[in-house]
Design a protein around this ligand. Structure first.
Ligand SMILES: NC(=O)c1ccc[n+]([C@@H]2O[C@H](COP(=O)([O-])OP(=O)(O)OC[C@H]3O[C@@H](n4cnc5c(N)ncnc54)[C@H](O)[C@@H]3O)[C@@H](O)[C@H]2O)c1
Length: 303
């Protein structure tokens, strides 16, 4: 058992894609902190093909061997039926769902010119629709009990773009917007949603980096943030964190001071050219925290 009390004892945590990599590390740490864990994993390969029960079963065995409580589920997150099955497993076994970590993921990397509709759709099915279906199934329960903690798993690929990942980066940026809006809608019901952009050694990244680097990127270095964000007294919602190899940081949206032209006098392409360095100058950039703050600058001088 862990030293710190995060109010996780007896809580039920559903971790999707928990048969390996990051999900497995999250599942083990939640169990160590006293949560009942639903270990979901389709058990397929990295590109989304195939399925099996072995991966999830193994993690459940590990949790039980360490004295924790867990149950396996082998449904796919990418259909409503599968997601409902995952949440049903939590309710049938442990009575409810308090925590949902949307973690399941696959890759279909190709340069945009070679990308097929199937590569595009499959990535959306797992990352965007998978997060949607699972959250949709858990949300009414969390609302009803006025308690919920939800994690979205984004990626630096979504935040910054990454060659060969137009499908994945679009999907990962999508779950950031999803999580931020859920944070607003869940506020009244004590449902807190936060988003992580992790870096870790897993079958997804093992061919991309040398062994000495991978050794420093243990999934176990990401899970403490996830577990902490799902603790009872967590005081943030709608935030985005980068996490990996022991480095943990929060990200914000910055907007340059830019220029404010007078629409009554016309807004022209020539003015764009004239003001180009000002528009791009980040010297006095401001952090924006909400859509209201964002639209304010455009609207105030129209009032
Ligand atoms: N490893 C990294 O550096 C990194 C970086 C950014 C984001 N991520 C994200 O973190 C998450 C976990 O990735 P990982 O690195 O641990 O990779 P991983 O391949 O080890 O884990 C993903 C797990 O999801 C499962 N899965 C895939 N499709 C599923 C489906 N339809 N239903 C249920 N389970 C399914 C897989 O079987 C696998 O066990 C993913 O969302 C990934 O995109 C990882």
């Amino acid at each position: 058992m862990a030293d710190i009390d995060l109010g996780l004892k007896g809580r039920t945590a559903v971790i999707t894609g928990a048969g390996g990599g990051l999900g497995r590390a999250h599942a083990l740490l939640f169990a160590q902190h006293g949560a009942n864990v639903v270990v979901n994993d389709l058990g397929g390969s990295q590109d989304g093909s195939g399925k099996g029960s072995e991966m999830a079963d193994k993690v459940v065995e590990e949790i039980k061997a360490a004295g924790g409580d867990a149950v396996a589920n082998y449904d796919s997150v990418s259909t409503a039926e599968g997601a409902n099955g995952i949440i049903k497993t939590a309710v049938d076994t442990f009575g409810t769902v308090d925590i949902l970590v949307n973690n399941a993921g696959i890759l279909r990397d190709r340069s945009f010119v070679k990308m097929t509709d199937e590569d595009w759709d499959l990535i959306f099915d797992v990352h965007v629709k998978g997060s949607y279906y699972c959250t949709k199934a858990a949300w009414p329960i969390m609302r009803e009990q006025a308690y919920g903690r939800v994690i979205m798993t984004a990626s630096a690929s979504g935040i910054y773009g990454n060659f060969g990942q137009t499908n994945y980066s679009t999907a990962k940026m999508g779950v950031i917007g999803f999580g931020q809006t859920l944070a607003l809608e869940g506020e009244k019901y004590n449902i807190k949603t936060n988003i992580i952009a992790p870096v870790a050694a897993s079958r997804m990244t093992e061919s991309l980096m040398p062994p000495n680097v991978l050794e420093k990127l243990k999934p176990e270095y990401v899970s403490p943030l996830v577990v902490y964000l799902c603790s009872e007294n967590i005081d943030v919602s709608g935030e985005l964190y980068e996490v990996g190899a022991g480095a943990v940081s929060r990200l914000e949206t910055l907007r340059s001071k830019g220029c404010t032209l007078n629409p009554d006098e016309g807004v022209t392409v020539e003015q764009m050219a004239e003001n180009w360095s000002l528009i791009n100058d980040m010297t006095d950039a401001k952090i924006l925290r909400s859509i209201a703050e964002s639209t304010q600058a455009s609207l105030t001088h129209c009032m």
